[in-house]
Design a protein around this ligand. Structure first.
Ligand code: C5P
Length: 330
């Protein structure tokens, strides 16, 4: 008999191809309409039985991930434990339920921390999938999505992957049925981080100060209700990368640029070097560029590295599937 000691889950980073932000609500959150897109930059999260809950983080930016109960993956595990009624059955007697097993979560990070790519949410989603398997929780994907939405705004999408429209805080998802086009992206990682709540707060300030009217790079007044961009949806349906590149948009971008002005240079450099479109990833500070092909993405990545406008670059493709268990090697 094989004894299962741990479950490993691979989970992708996300981009927002559109991020439309409404005014702040009473709870401080903003109503969103966003088009999520999962890309091939993955963290790996392993859950193993343990005496009590704990976490180990390795890889990209590991020292900046909280290792205590604030860790989002541990919070996800705790939320799952509650959702799996009574916790895992550890006893053998009829109807016996003995305590709830502890879990140790090990995260091997490649998604940079606080970079606008939802790395923390991805790890939380991976922890849900891994613990559900480890504890024989038996929750279906829709049930996991419900738990995910309580853990953080982007966690549900990391379960789903692909390309999807998010509403509410971003947790109410509908899959965006798009043709099997593979898009080639270049990510330019910045030397620094941005805090998501600070970027939202900066957007509110810019908007309150009257913003401006220019379409790109400046904050417009908050729309009463954010709207899905029909041009971007139809570009995605056509699978035409050039049209997709032209329609990318992010309402948080002016706020991110106000807090991290050097990103303007990075975005401009990518466009000058032939990117089909450029935008700040989520709340930033990663910059995202769409390339016409794998070869053009390679050229762009090399040139951007040489231009000295970012810390490092990565080439990724999307869409990719959401959090998935890594099969054990025999
Ligand atoms: O839900 P999550 O913890 O990922 O959100 C991080 C922060 O981003 C929130 O505390 C809030 O300040 C901001 N946020 C927001 N509106 C959203 C999503 C996030 O204001 N829809």
């Amino acid at each position: 008999m094989t004894i299962v000691t741990g479950v490993t889950v691979r989970v992708p980073a996300k981009l927002n191809l559109q991020l439309a932000v409404g005014p702040p609500q009473a709870d401080g959150y903003h109503d969103l309409v966003t088009i999520f897109h999962a890309v091939s930059l993955f963290d790996e999260v392993t859950a193993e039985p343990a005496g009590r809950d704990g976490v180990t983080v390795t890889g990209e930016g590991a020292d900046r991930v909280p290792a205590g109960p604030d860790n989002l993956a541990l919070r996800a595990a705790a939320a799952l434990r509650k959702a799996v009624a009574g916790g895992p059955r550890v006893g053998t007697g009829a109807g016996q339920r003995v305590g709830i097993a502890g879990v140790h979560i090990t995260m091997a990070k490649r998604i940079p921390v606080a970079a606008g790519l939802a790395g923390g949410s991805a790890d939380a989603a991976a922890a849900l999938v891994a613990c559900n398997e480890l504890w024989h929780g038996g929750l279906s994907q829709p049930q996991l999505v419900e738990v995910a939405a309580r853990v953080g705004s982007d966690v549900a999408f990391a379960l789903l992957g692909g390309t999807a429209v998010g509403r509410g805080r971003g947790e109410r998802l509908t899959s965006a049925l798009a043709p099997a086009t593979q898009y080639h992206w270049v990510l330019a990682f910045a030397d620094g981080q941005l805090s998501t709540p600070e970027v939202y707060a900066a957007l509110d300030r810019l908007r309150a100060a009257g913003g401006a009217t220019a379409a790109r790079g400046r904050a417009q007044a908050a729309p009463a209700e954010p709207d899905l961009d029909a041009a971007l949806m139809s570009a995605l349906r056509s699978g035409d990368a050039r049209l997709v590149g032209q329609a990318l948009s992010n309402d948080l971008q002016p706020a991110a640029l106000s807090l991290f002005p050097s990103l303007r240079k990075t975005l401009a450099a990518g466009l000058e070097l032939g990117a089909l479109g450029a935008l700040v990833a989520g709340s930033g500070p990663t910059c995202v560029f769409l390339a016409a092909s794998a070869d053009r993405a390679l050229d762009l990545a090399v040139s951007l590295s040489g231009a000295g406008v970012c810390r490092s670059v990565a080439r990724v493709t999307g869409p990719v599937a959401g959090a998935a268990i890594v099969p054990r090697s025999k």
